[in-house]
Design a protein around this ligand. Structure first.
Ligand SMILES: [Fe+2]
Length: 590
């Protein structure tokens, strides 16, 4: 085995699937070579490895370390395997690479036919790994050591005794960028309302569902109250609407009861539209004219308001589904009859293994995030595996047909109480007619598609299904680790932007771990709790997240109703465990 430099062109020619990589840090100044494992076997191959090479990486502290990646190229014979020096920094190209002692390397690594890293025939895991034997007696390989290294889209983040943490600061947004993002977000809210009729704007089909007029007004009030007021541009007309448009901010005064939003007829729809136009004009003027020294603060607040409005865009879509679905069946009209309804068959479910170890949780990537995504902190994960895709309608039907909704032993006590009290026999929007299940979607009513993911299930249903399958739901930290390692969001994610307004069957070509982003929010078994050292936002926004960390479960990954630029691997959604009207689905873990 020789070590040689690999040129960028040469690397580009290598097919992803034939490569896996082990990353090693070579410590200069007389220290031993310290092996690091890539965080996961997966992700290195496809989603992490190439971005890493093709973009400008952040240089580590000069003179201290050199990062070396060693890749094993699959060959028919052992002699065909090579190790390549993959240092991303051009000035390292001329550096003589030291041979890496065999003792610090895993036995020569190979990838199996599925592109996964496996050990050689003689290798066995030293822990009590539960993974199944692979072809040729191979098992999944284990980490090389206890480093902590993350590689993500051209950015290298690491922590350890020998490194200073290297992060990439996002430059502050320019006025033009703030303005552009503000306008695009505000326009999308109107666009999402375009298919509605005037009557649809006023209905609150259940207490959790806000009428569309309220979403349009409330998001506007959020900008007025949190930005225009502190910048001295709040008007008397804004104050008049405070009582009806404040959602839950105790510090911002009294408000209409949440379940009364559908009981009022003022402001009218037209008045809400006028209110939006008035606030937009003042916001745009403020963004254009605010003194330079205030621009960064304003940018943060506007981006926060944008993310808030994006959350309400998602709510609006899910609420419209409920509102329109609440009409009597013969009179129901779809929201978007033109939404594509792509049928395809889902690939077989497989288990994607992840090696345990220390993992970093939270907004590792940097940039704007909610206060509940920080501080970034470490967590220890045991080995785990995630299902390669979401549970399908066909699979969930088997649970129903096996008496899943009639067997109390499958359910948490509160879940079983819901089954009995609410009469649950299937997910929300499943309707039995003439002995067959029909499904209400934003594209209209239709037959079940066994290949698409089962949606609109509560945490309790997800949990009961997992128990029935002798599996479990992932923890939010496992989920985040897997999402990051597998290259979230991936290029095939089905977000709001796709215009499908419905989850799609998994696309087997998109990678070993499918549907982590988009399609459906995935219930985790984790209770929504503050991260260690949690500090809420300052001012009125301190009420945004922290006070809801009670009796709710965390969901991850976004859905077909989530705007694509709203979400991150660290993003934490949360709902009460009985919630079914959101686009929620099931990913199994074990
Ligand atoms: Fe809100």
């Amino acid at each position: 085995m020789g070590i040689r430099h690999a040129g960028q062109e040469e690397l580009a020619r290598l097919e992803c699937k034939t490569l896996d990589a082990r990353f090693l840090t070579e410590i200069q100044e007389g220290l031993d070579i310290a092996p690091f494992a890539a965080k996961s076997v997966l992700g290195v191959v496809k989603d992490v490895y190439f971005p890493f090479l093709e973009t400008e990486a952040t240089r580590p502290i000069p003179g201290k370390v050199t990062l070396v990646a060693v890749a094993a190229v699959r060959g028919e014979r052992e002699d065909d395997r090579q190790r390549l020096l993959l240092s991303p920094w051009p000035e390292d190209r001329g550096v003589q690479a030291h041979p890496i002692p065999q003792r610090d390397l895993h036995p020569p690594v190979e990838v199996d036919r599925g592109g996964r890293l496996v050990g050689t025939g003689g290798e066995r895991r030293r822990d009590q790994h539960q993974g199944e034997e692979r072809e040729g007696g191979h098992r999944t390989a284990e980490p090389l050591g206890h480093g902590h290294l993350q590689i993500k889209a051209g950015r290298i983040l690491w922590e350890g005794n020998w490194f200073d943490k290297v992060t990439e600061e996002e430059p502050p947004l320019t006025r033009e960028q703030i303005l552009e993002r503000y306008r695009a977000t505000r326009a999308l809210s109107f666009e999402l309302c375009r298919p509605l009729r005037p009557e649809d704007y006023r209905v609150q089909s259940m207490p959790d569902v806000s009428p569309p007029w309220w979403n349009l007004g409330h998001t506007t009030w959020f900008f007025a109250k949190n930005i225009l007021e502190p910048f001295g541009r709040y008007h008397a007309e804004d104050a008049r609407l405070e009582f009806v448009l404040n959602s839950y901010y105790e510090t911002l005064g009294p408000r209409i009861r949440r379940d009364h939003r559908g009981l009022v007829t003022r402001p009218t729809n037209d008045e809400v539209v006028e209110f939006r136009a008035s606030v937009d004009a003042r916001m745009e003027e403020l963004i254009r004219t605010v003194p330079n020294e205030d621009l960064e603060r304003l940018g943060f607040l506007v981006v926060t308001g944008i993310h808030h409005e994006q959350q309400h865009q998602e709510l609006l879509v899910t609420e419209v589904k409920h509102i329109l679905g609440s009409n009597v069946p013969d009179l129901r009209e779809p929201y978007r009859p033109d939404a594509p309804n792509g049928h395809r068959s889902a690939p077989e479910l497989s288990w994607v293994p992840f090696a345990g170890g220390l993992s970093e949780v939270g907004n590792v990537e940097g940039g704007w995030c909610w206060d509940n995504e920080v501080p970034v902190h470490k967590t220890y994960l045991e080995d785990f595996a995630l299902a390669s895709r979401l549970v399908t309608v066909g699979e969930y039907l088997e649970f129903i047909q096996d008496g899943g909704y009639r067997n109390p032993l499958l359910w948490l006590s509160n879940g079983w109480a819901k089954v009995r009290d609410e009469g649950w026999t299937a997910p929300l929007y499943w309707e039995e007619r003439d002995g067959a299940w029909r499904l209400w979607t934003l594209g209209g009513e239709r037959d079940l598609d066994p290949n698409e993911p089962v949606s609109h299930v509560s945490f309790y249903e997800a949990e009961a299904y997992a128990r029935w399958k002798e599996a479990r739901l992932p923890t939010e930290r496992e989920w985040e680790h897997a999402a990051r390692a597998s290259g979230f969001p991936g290029d095939k994610a089905n977000f709001l932007d796709s215009g499908a307004f419905h989850p799609r069957a998994a696309n087997g070509a998109a990678g070993p771990l499918l549907q982590m982003a988009g399609d459906l929010w995935e219930w985790t078994t984790s209770h929504y709790e503050p991260y260690p050292g949690y500090k809420p936002f300052e001012g009125p926004l301190m009420e945004y997240n922290g006070k809801f960390m009670d009796n709710v479960r965390v969901l991850r990954g976004g859905s077909c109703a989530t705007p694509a630029n709203h979400i991150r691997p660290s993003y934490r959604n949360f709902w009460a465990p009985e919630t079914r009207f959101q686009f929620t689905g099931i990913r199994l873990a074990r």
